[in-house]
Design a protein around this ligand. Sequence first.
Ligand SMILES: [Zn+2]
Length: 75
Amino acid sequence: MLDCREASQAISRAREETLSWNLWLKLRMHLLFCHACAGFNRFVSSSARVLRREQRELVMPEPMKESLVQKLKKE
Ligand SMILES: [Zn+2]
């Protein structure tokens, strides 16, 4: 599990590059229970939303997206 320092680093890095799946998942999990980092993520992503969406569409094949959604629903 990420701590807040690692989470904020990952949030910043996500603006510049595509996070590994492992790190991206850990970040999502952290944001579920950490309001401070979730707020930071909202603030950062509001300025980088378009870029991030484009990156995600490029790097994430549909089946992978589906299985990820199913996995997150179970947890
Ligand atoms: Zn946090």
